[in-house]
Design a protein around this ligand. Structure first.
Ligand code: PGA
Length: 231
């Protein structure tokens, strides 16, 4: 199973080092067959990658060019050098707040693959789209832009479930995961209000290969409880 912690715009370098110390302590002696990845802000990538034991780090985004006049952007080569081996692409917050499109998601995914980063590509429908019965169509459209590469990981994150405390139901998750797996042969993670109280059930759903966790991943003990809830 995959356990991915998306810290979003949280934690300084100092705070991420304390977190690393605690999660290392919790995982010590645990024989984990899981893949655990933490996505800190760019500034903490290098230090976190040096402090964690048995946990990978990833970037929350990249730009698709390698270098050049792109003020404020960061390239796949730079995050690789800072210790990242994964990258989140197309998170709904980037799509909604920062103009990310299916086209830019595609370019970034191809660039990540070219530079040896594993892309974790986020897809999901809005509440309005779900209520209009358009979920599957939206997912299909988003999947159309995702490279069919064996390194790709998909995260299904219904927008209305992110940071709201309201996760999707087991039936809703199972239906969408089954649909995704019918189109692309890739691990499919669920994301959206996952915590240690609902993770056991969510991780037990057919077609769920792990979780992308936002808010609940900010506390090392809570993140560890989520990992432990996997059967
Ligand atoms: P959440 O965020 O767990 O806080 O809902 C998930 C995500 O945005 O990846």
């Amino acid at each position: 199973m995959f356990f991915m912690a998306n810290w979003k715009m949280n934690k300084t370098i100092g705070e991420s080092e304390s977190y690393a110390e605690r999660i290392n302590e919790l995982l010590e002696g645990e024989e984990t067959k899981h893949t655990i990845v933490i996505f800190p802000p760019f500034t903490a990538l290098r230090s976190l990658s040096e402090h964690l034991k048995g946990i990978s780090v990833g970037a929350q985004d990249i730009y698709y060019e390698e270098s050049g006049a792109f003020t404020g952007e960061i390239s796949p080569i730079m995050v690789r050098e800072a210790g990242a081996s994964y990258v989140i692409i197309g998170h709904s917050e980037r799509r909604r707040l920062f103009g990310e499109t299916n086209e830019s998601v595609q370019k970034k995914a191809l660039s990540a693959l070219k530079h040896g980063l594993t892309p974790v590509i986020c897809i999901g429908e809005s509440l309005r789209e779900r209520e209009a019965g358009r979920t599957i169509n939206i997912i299909k459209e988003q999947l159309g832009y995702i490279p069919k590469d064996k390194k790709v990981i998909i995260a299904y994150e219904p927008l209305w479930a992110i940071g709201t405390g309201r996760s999707a139901s087991s039936e809703e998750i199972e239906e969408v995961h089954r649909f995704i797996k019918g189109i692309i042969d890739a691990p499919v993670l669920y994301g959206g209000s996952v915590n240690s109280r609902n993770s056991g059930e969510i991780l037990g759903i057919e077609g769920v290969d792990g979780a992308l966790i936002g808010g609940a991943s900010l506390d090392a003990d809570e993140f560890f409880s989520i990992i432990k809830s996997a059967k």
